[in-house]
Design a protein around this ligand. Structure first.
Ligand SMILES: [Zn+2]
Length: 261
C-alpha cells in the first residue's frame, strides 16, 4: 500500500467509528418516561422562560429537565418537597444551560431545600443574620446546593428582582473551570475573555458609585457579579438590553441565548 492508501484507509476507519459512535450515543439517549401533563401545566403557569419557547424548544426543555431530575436528588430539610418545588429547581438548572445542548452539572448530586433563608450556621428558625437565600459548594458540602424554598419560589415571580435558583446554578457554571472568578471559561471563546474582565470591573465600579441599577450584591466580587447579572439577564432581558446593551450582548454570547426577541 502506498502512503496515500494507508491514509485513506485510516480516514475511512475513523469515519466508520464516528458513525457507529453517533448511532450508539443516539440509541442510549431518550429513555425518558413521557413528560406528565400536570408538569407541563406547572411549567406553563410558573416559568416565563418556558412559556416563551417554541413548541420544539419546549420539548427539549422538558427532556433536559427530566435528565436533571434523574440525576440530582432534591431533599427537603424541615419542609416537604412536591412536584412544583422539584420543577422549579430543575427549571433553574436548565435555563442557564439551554444554549448548550447535552451539557449538565457533573459535580452536583443533591439540592437541599430549606424552609426559609438561613445563616452561616445553617439555622433557619433562630440565630442571627439569617439572610442567605442559597449556597453551593461551601466548606464540606461538595456536590450539594442549598436553596431556601420560599426564595426559590419568589425567584419565579416576575415582580421580584432576585432569582436564587439561577444565581446558584450560574455559580456552578463559573466554577466548572476550577475558579470562582466570574469568568466561565468553558462557555467562552478566547477573544471575549479580556473584554469581559474589563466590563466586569467597569460595571462593579458603577455599582459602587451608585450609578447602576444592578443589585448592590453584584459588587461583592467578580463571581457574585456574574451570578447577579445572570439573574437580571434571564429575568428581565429586554430591560437589561435597554439599559446595558454591551453587557446584554456579552451575556448573550456567553449563554448562547437571544432573549430580547
Ligand atoms: Zn452568590
Amino acid at each position: 500500500m502506498t502512503y496515500t492508501q494507508i491514509l485513506a484507509t485510516l480516514f475511512l476507519l475513523f469515519l466508520l467509528i464516528a458513525i457507529f459512535w453517533r448511532m450508539f450515543i443516539k440509541k442510549s439517549k431518550s429513555t425518558h418516561a413521557p413528560f406528565p401533563k400536570a408538569w407541563k401545566s406547572i411549567l406553563t403557569q410558573k416559568v416565563l422562560f418556558y412559556q416563551e419557547l417554541s413548541p420544539p424548544e419546549r420539548i427539549r426543555f422538558q427532556q433536559n429537565l427530566q435528565s436533571f431530575l434523574d440525576k440530582v436528588r432534591i431533599t427537603g430539610v424541615g419542609t416537604e418537597v412536591d412536584d412544583v418545588d422539584k420543577l422549579l429547581v430543575g427549571a433553574s438548572a436548565v435555563i442557564p444551560l439551554f444554549g448548550f445542548p447535552g451539557w449538565g452539572y457533573r459535580t452536583l448530586n443533591e439540592v437541599l431545600l430549606y424552609d426559609g433563608t438561613f445563616n452561616r450556621d445553617f439555622e433557619t428558625q433562630q440565630g442571627e443574620e439569617r439572610n442567605i437565600l442559597g449556597m453551593v459548594g461551601g466548606t464540606g458540602m461538595t456536590g450539594t446546593m442549598i436553596l431556601s424554598k420560599p426564595s426559590l419560589h419568589e425567584g419565579f415571580d416576575q415582580y421580584s428582582n432576585q432569582h436564587v435558583g439561577i444565581h446558584e446554578f450560574v455559580h456552578l457554571l463559573d466554577r466548572a473551570d476550577g475558579a470562582a472568578d466570574g469568568i466561565p471559561e468553558m462557555m467562552m471563546q478566547q477573544p471575549f475573555l479580556i473584554p469581559w474582565v474589563k466590563m466586569i470591573h467597569k460595571e462593579i465600579k458603577a455599582i459602587q458609585d451608585g450609578a447602576s441599577d444592578i443589585d448592590d450584591y453584584g459588587s461583592t466580587n467578580e463571581a457574585e457579579f456574574f451570578s447577579v447579572v445572570s439573574e437580571y439577564f434571564f429575568k428581565s432581558p429586554r430591560l437589561l438590553e435597554k439599559r446595558h446593551p454591551e453587557l446584554y450582548g456579552m451575556l448573550e454570547s456567553i449563554f448562547r441565548q437571544d432573549l430580547k426577541k
